[in-house]
Design a protein around this ligand. Structure first.
Ligand SMILES: Nc1nc2c(ncn2[C@@H]2O[C@H](COP(=O)(O)OP(=O)(O)OP(=O)(O)O)[C@@H](O)[C@H]2O)c(=O)[nH]1
Ligand SMILES: [Mg+2]
Ligand SMILES: [Zn+2]
Length: 316
């Protein structure tokens, strides 16, 4: 007797040890592996599939990845590949702390730069300062003000005291939201405090697959069946490198610098050293926050290093 399996479509909730938990519309969960060695279209990525992805599967085997509307990714410098952290997002909550671990604006700059203009649909980046119970220093407050003036939404919260959580809850409701940031800033604590449904699921998965360890080492999507959307917890990132951006287009990924694109004397201006550079003039006039320009310069040089390594391309 022949047995036929029908291809089904579902959302990837998480993948651990190459086994993916895929949920279909009827809320049933299926354990699947990837069919063959490499999934089509995922040849040069570190991890082919992640939480939030839509896939097709048949008899426990994932046969296709549906096109992503967007994804939060980073460049994996060791492996020389893109690493897909969470897919198909409405909002990326970039979580930081005022201290423990120290506030690193450069990290936020790169997460923000990474988010823009790459996919058919952008996701919104929202900044979350957790651990506000520890107090906020002047330098942190000043930097947050810079982001606020650029139009980024900022939530100041504490998973410990519960301060500010209701604002996040109501902003996140009905949307697919990933929480990302350095290790130890309190992403998992925040998600535990935000929703009992998320907390329960995180506990179950952690107990089963992570031996109850504290540090998160996989992305986990918990859909919100009541309101739609859902929440994705992600592993802490120690270092982030921008991914999939051409160096000459980097300026477009810094919101407040983008208007200077094409305004310089040289059409090939890299905005790093050139005379007649409109961006550099704006920095000198104090129109651009100096440390943001510094972030541009550092990211530019990281990108040209990457490009040189990948394509043997030389940038001046
Ligand atoms: N004071 C204070 N401590 C917090 C707060 N939120 C989390 N913590 C503590 O910070 C530490 C790290 O919290 P986690 O939630 O595991 O951090 P994470 O960002 O998920 O870390 P990774 O999974 O490694 O990426 C824990 O000891 C928490 O108790 C907060 O709002 N205030
Ligand atoms: Mg965690
Ligand atoms: Zn320029």
């Amino acid at each position: 007797m022949e047995v036929f399996f029908l291809a089904m479509q579902g959302t990837v909730l998480f993948g651990i040890n190459n086994i993916y938990t895929v949920r279909t519309q009827d809320k049933a969960e299926h354990l699947c592996r990837i069919k063959g060695k490499v999934l089509k279209g995922c040849e040069n990525v570190y991890n082919p599939i992640t939480a939030g992805d839509q896939v097709e599967f048949e008899d426990g085997l994932i046969t296709a990845l549906m096109p992503r509307r967007n994804a939060f990714t980073r460049w994996n410098r060791k492996r020389f590949m893109s690493q897909i952290i969470a897919a198909n997002l409405d909002i990326l909550f970039c979580v930081a702390a005022p201290s423990e671990p120290p506030f690193r604006p450069r990290f936020l700059d790169k997460v923000i730069a990474n988010s823009c203009r790459k996919y058919s649909e952008e996701y919104e980046v929202v900044l979350v300062l957790n651990k506000c119970d520890l107090g906020i220093g002047e330098d942190v407050a000043e930097r947050l003000e810079v982001y606020r003036s650029m139009g980024y939404r900022i939530f100041q919260v504490s998973a410990k005291t519960g301060e500010g959580l209701e604002e996040i809850r109501s902003y996140a409701r009905g949307r697919v939201c990933a929480f990302a940031g350095q290790s130890g800033v309190g992403k998992s604590s925040l998600l535990n405090a935000l929703s009992s449904q998320v907390s329960r699921r995180m506990g179950e998965v952690s107990k089963k697959y992570n031996r109850g360890r504290h540090v998160t080492n996989y992305a986990l999507y918990v859909p919100d069946d009541l309101n739609g959307g859902g929440i994705i917890d992600t592993p802490g990132i120690r270092e982030i490198f921008v991914d999939g951006i051409e160096p000459e287009e980097l300026i477009l990924h810094f919101k407040e610098m983008a208007p200077y694109f094409g305004k310089c004397s040289f059409s090939t201006c890299t905005h790093t050293v050139e005379k007649g550079c409109a961006l550099r003039e704006a920095v000198e006039k104090g129109l651009i926050y100096p440390d943001r320009y510094e972030a541009y310069l550092r990211t530019y040089s990281e990108l040209t290093d990457q490009a040189a390594l990948i394509y043997g391309k030389e940038y001046s």
